[in-house]
Design a protein around this ligand. Sequence first.
Ligand code: NAD
Ligand code: WQD
Length: 345
Amino acid sequence: MERVKVLVTGGAGYIGSHTVVELYAAGYQPVIVDNLSNSSLDVLEGIEKITGVSPLFEKLDCTDIDAMRNLFQRDKGIRHAIHFAAYKAVGESVEHPLIYYRNNLVSLLNLVEVMEEQGPSSIVFSSSCTVYGQPDPEFLPVSEDAPLQPAQSPYGKTKQMCESILEDTIKSGNSKLNMISLRYFNPVGAHPSAHIGELPRGVPQNLLPFVTQTAAGLRKELSVFGNDYNTPDGSCIRDYIYVCDLAKAHVAAIDRLQSMHERGTLEYFNLGTGRGLSVLEVLDEFMKANSLEVPFKIAPRRKGDIEQVWADPSKANQVLGWKADTPLDQIMKSAWRWEKRIRNL
Ligand code: NAD
Ligand code: WQD
């Protein structure tokens, strides 16, 4: 049987590349488009090493509506898309807000517009737990019903605005689209093969890449941003989700969208483990899993950090039939294996 095509915008990126692998394993035909602004063609080789198949790829900028329209006109078989393409650095978005608004909003607008032209079709959108900000204690763990909070950064605002664009499209009552917005918590780790993983530019802002780079000797020590929060060990708490588990949730979302008969739907799912881990616990788990010592110091709080947030993933567990269940030590080992591979250690 012919494989059902799934367009994967930003498919050469961190989460996109892992999702391409899982789509392929599940019997879909991923079609990657990426402008390579935060990724490289090497990723395609990594995907090929895992799947045994050279992925379909086109270098394309999703902000270019003519290029997007042209893609769909050439390939009328594409009825499903997963939209990863976006800029994602919170700090950079504060410095260059317009670049973030243009890239993240125009990319999504173009995709929605051309897919409406295609006729009945579906979109999975990469959203973020950032839309919840710091939930009040009664909303922890965070379910999809928790109130949204004003975003702290232009990046966060683009995620909220993109969700509003999807919502208003559906509210119009004449949309032919079915859509799912996936709110990721903190994606971590790499494919167990170490052929694909996360490639942060410059000094990593995210915790685990900083830990692995410190373990590899690229950084002197990890700064733990604050140990005076109102948490059991004083450091911040997050829900760290393994990137391969996250990738599988996208397959589950596409499966669901494919089997839908009604048109004009939008659903939200929180994608996390349901387990909150503190910064110090993450560090400890990483060191234990890899039998390593990672130098660290306690540093002042980082501006804008949220004290604690973790997911209630029960809706995704029940409705998508998906669960993030990779053991923590495997996740930590995968992150280190990947760092060693890219540093030739
Ligand atoms: P990434 O930067 O590794 O991947 C994004 C990919 O999109 C890159 O390959 C980049 O080259 C491409 N891209 C960017 N703008 C484009 C454009 N206009 N046209 C075509 N390609 C474009 O990021 P990621 O971590 O894989 O994140 C994927 C998505 O998930 C993003 O939308 C991000 O906001 C969202 N997200 C990420 C996290 C996280 O912590 N990594 C958490 C929540 C949500
Ligand atoms: C995790 C914890 C830090 C680095 C960001 C975005 C969010 C989402 C995911 C996309 C925090 C602490 C970190 C370090 C540290 N992205 N830390 N030392 O802040 O939860 O979320 O990425 O949507 O929008 O804001 O993730 O990995 O930066 O930090 O102590 O060197 O690790 O203070 O408590 P965060 P993170």
